[in-house]
Design a protein around this ligand. Structure first.
Ligand SMILES: O=C(O)CCC(=O)C(=O)O
Length: 153
């Protein structure tokens, strides 16, 4: 990314401190992720840098796969923040999949895959069956064509 993007790429700094990149996420048997949208602006409402972010991608490298399930489901829709907050389950992360139509794309990741997707838009992970599904994950923030991409987890 640093070589390909004209303004390069850096690790996100918050209050002068460098963020961690490369969170490893393990989905155990029976777990799943409801449809959700990731937003630095929502997660860090007091962060000055979050106010000017224009979009957010996820970069996941899949290290192990479940026996079945664990499909990454992507919708091309992004709900406005107020609508998303209203639909979000109380105290939880994500919204009821029944309230959305079918996903626009579904990807069953293979071990070694790198998948980049627009995590500001609705996405979910279907229920894992059997062995845990493991991925190293990061977000990539887009602040505009003249700005470096910024990475964090
Ligand atoms: O593990 C995945 O495929 C996607 C996980 C997820 O919801 C995310 O990266 O925001």
């Amino acid at each position: 990314m640093d070589e390909l993007w004209p303004a390069g790429s850096v690790t996100l700094k918050i209050d002068g401190r460098t963020c961690f990149v490369g969170l490893t996420r393990i989905f155990e048997n029976g777990s799943f992720a409801r449809p959700h949208q990731d937003s630095l602006r929502r997660d860090g409402p007091d962060l000055i840098i979050a106010r000017s972010i224009k979009d957010q991608l996820a970069a996941n490298i899949y290290l192990d796969k479940a026996d079945a399930g664990g499909v990454l489901q992507l919708w091309s829709r992004r709900l406005p923040d107020d609508e998303y907050e209203a639909m979000k389950q109380a105290g939880g992360h994500g919204i009821d999949p029944e309230s959305l139509g079918a996903p626009d794309a579904q990807i069953a990741p293979e071990v070694g895959d790198l998948i980049l997707f627009r995590s500001s838009h609705l996405h979910a992970v279907s229920k894992i069956e059997g062995r845990p599904r493991v991925a190293a994950s990061a977000f990539i923030g887009y602040w505009g064509a003249q700005e470096p991409l910024r990475f964090w987890s």
